[in-house]
Design a protein around this ligand. Structure first.
Ligand code: CDP
Ligand code: CDP
Length: 235
């Protein structure tokens, strides 16, 4: 039976959002949309231009003139483009990670990117991950998840990831960067990181990624069957 309705996934850095979202999109035949990549692409461009990340007006102007494009297919994001230039790898650099929260707190910057995100969801079924998807971008999505994990576990995951990519970094430094970003994302005035009232919260600290995805799938199908009345007990 075909599902109808988008999947929204939010949570702090390293909770497993993008990995889970990608696998879930594969299983459902949905498009995966990584909204964090969009904030990262804009931050990458600002840094390249030497724009101070606290210069709000300049950031807003930059957001207006920047063309961010996600080339995704069902089952996974392929490439991120900024004004036609491929920035898939560049936006993962530490310098971008350290400054992206400052860029993402500017209301007009968010407004512009959210508009793009809603457009992408209008023409496709999507699994979208970020910080404000369930609360703001797709409040009508029937399936909402909020993934969490302990700070130690999330830092450890990022540490392993960087090590595997041949870019080792100190665990303590990673922990600090992630924690700082969590605080900034949670305390900002516009669309802070927080679970939507109807989101299912999953603590992934002690779960394998496959377990997380299985859990999400079973919740999705449970809700789907319930939502369609389960054929029998609707009267
Ligand atoms: O993958 P990781 O957890 O490192 O972060 P990300 O999803 O790439 O997002 C990078 C940053 O973009 C976040 O720390 C937020 O500051 C911002 N962001 C946001 O404000 N709203 C979103 N919907 C997605 C990301
Ligand atoms: O998108 P987000 O920042 O929330 O996390 P991610 O990029 O999906 O996950 C960060 C790293 O943790 C990846 O290398 C995942 O393979 C790993 N991970 C894990 O080991 N166990 C999980 N339950 C989830 C993610």
């Amino acid at each position: 039976e075909k599902l109808s309705g988008n999947v929204a996934i939010d949570g702090p850095a390293g909770a497993g959002k993008s990995t889970a979202a990608r696998l879930l999109a594969q299983k459902l035949g949905y498009l995966y949309i990584d909204t964090g990549a969009m904030y990262r692409a804009l931050t990458w461009k600002a840094l390249k231009r030497g724009i101070n990340v606290f210069a709000e007006k300049q950031l807003v102007a930059l957001a207006e003139e920047t063309n961010i494009y996600l080339e995704s297919t069902t089952g996974g994001i392929l490439k991120v483009y900024c004004d036609g230039e491929e920035v898939t790898k560049a936006i993962r650099q530490e310098n971008v990670s350290c400054h992206v929260s400052a860029v993402a707190r500017v209301p007009e910057v968010r407004r512009r990117l959210v508009e793009l995100q809603r457009k992408m969801a209008a023409s496709n079924r999507v699994v979208m991950d970020g910080r404000d998807i369930g609360t703001n971008v797709l409040p009508e999505a029937p399936y909402k998840f909020f993934l969490t994990a302990s700070l130690a576990e999330r830092a450890q995951r990022r540490y392993q990831e960087l090590l595997a990519a041949g870019q080792p970094a100190a665990l303590e430094k990673i922990k600090e960067e992630i924690h700082k970003r969590d605080v900034q994302d949670s305390l900002r005035e516009v669309d802070p990181l927080q679970p939507a009232p109807d989101a299912v919260i999953i603590d992934t600290t002690n779960l394998w990624i496959e377990e997380v995805v299985d859990k999400m799938l079973s919740i999705i199908y449970e809700r789907h069957n319930f939502g369609t009345g389960g054929a029998t007990n609707s009267g």
